[in-house]
Design a protein around this ligand. Structure first.
Ligand SMILES: Nc1ncnc2c1ncn2[C@@H]1O[C@H](COP(=O)(O)OP(=O)(O)O)[C@@H](O)[C@H]1O
Ligand SMILES: [Mg+2]
Length: 285
C-alpha cells in the first residue's frame, strides 16, 4: 500500500441549526490504491464523512467544523471543492441528480471540457471510461433519462472516471437501483478493484459484495468510527455488527451460528460459495 491520499484528523462537524454533532472526532487514513468500504446505520454520518473528503464539507454546507481533512495534500479548508473534486471524484446515490446535460456524450465530456483538454484527449478518455463502465457506443447520443437506473449510474461513474481522479468516492451508488442495476454497478467496482490503480471509497449496504472487494472496512456509528479492519477481521465479530445495526450476509450469520455451537472453528467466509462449502461440510459431518 502506498502513501496516504485522504487523511481525516479529529474531524468534528455540526450542521447549522442542528444541536448534535454529525461527526465526533473521526480519524481515518486512506492509502493510495486502497478499496475502503464504509458501513453503518442510517444517520450515522456516512454521507457527511465522505462529503468531507472532497471539500463539499465544509465549503458547500453551513456548519461548524473542527479538525482537518487533507485530500491529496490539500487541506479542504484551504482549497475550493471544484479544485479538490477534479482529483477526488464523487458519485451520489441518485444518478438523476448529477446529470447536467442533454446527452450521455455531453455528460461525459462536461468535466473534461472544463479541464481545457485537447479534443483528442477528451475522446480517448471518454472511450476509456465507457470501456470500464461497459457503456456501448450507441449510448452517446441518448439523453440520460432514457437509460435504466444501472445505466445512468454507470454514466455518472464514467463521467467521474474520465477525469482520471486519484480517488473515487461512491455514496450508496446502488441504493436506488434494481437488482440488475446493482449488479452492473458492482461489476464496474470489481473491475476498478482488479485492473485500475484508483483509490475507491464506497458507502454501501450490500455487504455480500463489499466483503470480498474491500481492503479495509469502516464502521461508523452515531458520528464515531467504532471499527476499522480488513474484512476478515471486521466480519469475525458478527454480534458486534448486529448490535450496531449492520447486517452481514445470511451466509456469514449461518456460519457464525455453527461456530457458536462448536460445529465449526474456522474463519467467517467472505464469499457466498465459500460459505456454502462450509455448510455442506458441517452437514456431511
Ligand atoms: N444537510 C443537512 N442539514 C442538517 N443536518 C443534516 C444534513 N445532512 C445530514 N444531517 C444530519 O447529520 C447526521 C448524519 O447524517 P448523514 O451523514 O446523512 O448520515 P448517513 O449517510 O449515515 O445516513 C444525521 O443526524 C442527519 O440528520
Ligand atoms: Mg447517507
Amino acid at each position: 500500500m502506498g502513501k496516504p491520499v485522504i487523511q481525516v484528523e479529529d474531524l468534528w462537524w455540526r450542521y447549522e441549526g442542528r444541536k448534535d454533532w454529525a461527526l465526533k472526532g473521526v480519524n481515518l487514513e486512506v492509502d493510495e490504491g486502497e478499496f475502503v468500504g464504509i458501513v453503518g446505520p442510517n444517520e450515522s454520518g456516512k454521507t457527511t464523512l465522505v462529503m468531507s473528503m472532497n471539500g463539499l464539507i465544509p465549503n458547500n454546507y453551513r456548519g461548524i467544523m473542527k479538525g482537518d481533512v487533507i485530500a491529496l495534500g490539500m487541506n479542504t479548508k484551504e482549497y475550493q471543492t471544484a479544485d479538490i473534486s477534479k482529483r477526488v471524484g464523487f458519485v451520489f446515490s441518485d444518478p438523476e441528480s448529477q446529470f447536467l446535460t442533454m446527452t450521455v456524450e455531453e455528460e461525459l465530456a462536461f468535466g473534461l471540457e472544463n479541464l481545457a483538454l485537447p479534443v483528442e484527449e477528451i475522446r480517448d478518455r471518454i472511450r476509456w471510461a465507457m470501456e470500464i463502465t461497459r457503456l456501448e457506443e450507441d449510448f452517446l447520443e441518448k439523453p440520460p433519462y432514457e437509460l435504466s437506473g444501472g445505466q445512468k449510474q454507470r454514466v455518472a461513474i464514467a463521467a467521474v472516471l474520465a477525469m482520471k481522479p486519484d480517488v473515487i468516492i461512491l455514496d450508496e451508488p446502488t441504493s436506488m437501483l434494481d437488482p440488475i442495476g446493482k449488479t452492473e454497478v458492482f461489476n464496474v467496482l470489481i473491475d476498478l478493484r482488479k485492473n485500475y490503480n484508483v483509490t475507491v471509497i464506497v458507502v454501501e449496504h450490500r455487504l455480500e459484495d463489499i466483503a470480498y472487494l474491500a481492503d479495509k472496512m469502516v464502521l461508523l456509528y452515531n458520528g464515531e468510527i467504532l471499527k476499522v479492519a480488513p474484512p476478515q477481521e471486521f466480519f469475525d465479530d458478527i454480534p458486534f455488527l448486529l448490535e450496531h445495526y449492520v447486517y452481514p450476509p445470511e451466509i456469514m450469520i449461518a456460519v457464525h451460528k455453527l461456530r457458536e455451537q462448536g460445529l465449526y472453528s474456522g474463519k467467517i467466509p467472505l464469499r457466498f460459495d465459500e460459505g456454502v462449502k462450509i455448510l455442506e461440510e458441517v452437514v456431511k459431518g
